[in-house]
Design a protein around this ligand. Structure first.
Ligand SMILES: [Zn+2]
Length: 265
């Protein structure tokens, strides 16, 4: 009995305490006692989130899915570097069938995707100075979660980018709730993502909601955790109604499962 309890305690703490420094994971690097102002930290040229956790500064680093296994480093504004190890992580393959227009794009749609990519990238890379102590998220919708983050994807047999989020199955019309306080960084109807909301939680921590049937928020709006963002739908490149939920740190997509509590798998 005691060992079962110990295991439960271990699992409950795992989402926050664990270092998941693998491609698509999150590296947590202790930068010492949290005295004075937070250190300014970069990975490559991008600012990194620094949280005050239990009186210590903790760099919370999103690791890009293409990062090679080996040693990586963050740089502090004072010139110091902190090395950290990137470990291997296995992802699956996923084969999907969609309408042909989502695999071979017309010239017009290619141009549209290019324009939208700039807007989406700007929102996903937005920086806002906000004190952070916790980056745990509430579930945006309840429902079975796919564990397909990072999967190498083939649409109608053709290789495309790896899956950069988590798909949560829910009926069309289910309310999507903000998992944490934030500001709406962008809303739009995009070719691949359909009706989309992007939330900025501060310090480069961004969340993305795609394929909505309806959007209930406006760009620039302040959002409290639990507020309704819109409704689950099947807009954009989908095989059916679901929420595509993306989470980003320092511009890199990380596995949302590392930030959420337990759910129905
Ligand atoms: Zn998805």
């Amino acid at each position: 009995m005691r060992s079962v309890l110990a295991l439960l305690v271990l699992l409950a703490g795992a989402a926050v305490a664990d270092n998941s420094a693998w491609p698509g994971g999150i590296a947590r690097i202790d930068l010492g006692p949290a005295s004075g102002s937070a250190p300014t930290v970069y990975l490559d040229d991008r600012r990194v989130l620094v949280a005050n956790q239990d009186g210590r500064w903790l760099a919370i680093v999103g690791v890009h899915l293409d990062t090679p296994v080996g040693t990586a480093a963050i740089a502090l504004a004072d010139g110091t570097r902190h090395d950290f190890d990137i470990t291997a992580h296995a992802y699956r393959e996923q084969h999907l069938e969609v309408a042909p227009g989502y695999v071979s794009l017309s010239e017009e749609n290619l141009a549209r995707v290019g324009r939208e990519r700039k807007i989406i990238d700007a929102a996903l890379n937005h920086w806002r100075d906000t004190p952070m102590d916790d980056i745990r998220l509430q579930n945006p919708v309840d429902g079975p979660r796919s564990s397909s983050f990072g999967s190498r994807r083939f649409f109608n047999g053709e290789a495309r980018s790896p899956h950069s989020g988590m798909d949560i199955a829910a009926n069309a019309g289910t309310e999507i709730l903000a998992p944490l306080d934030g500001i709406v960084a962008a809303v739009g109807d995009y070719y691949f993502n359909g009706n989309t909301v992007i939330l900025d939680h501060g310090q480069g921590f961004i969340t993305l909601y795609c394929h909505l049937s309806r959007i209930d928020v406006d760009e620039g709006q302040d959002i409290a955790a639990g507020a309704t963002l819109g409704l689950v739908g099947a807009t954009g490149r989908v095989t059916g109604a679901h929420l595509h939920f993306g989470t980003y740190l320092n511009g890199n997509a990380v596995d949302p499962a590392l930030l959420l509590g337990a759910g129905d798998e």
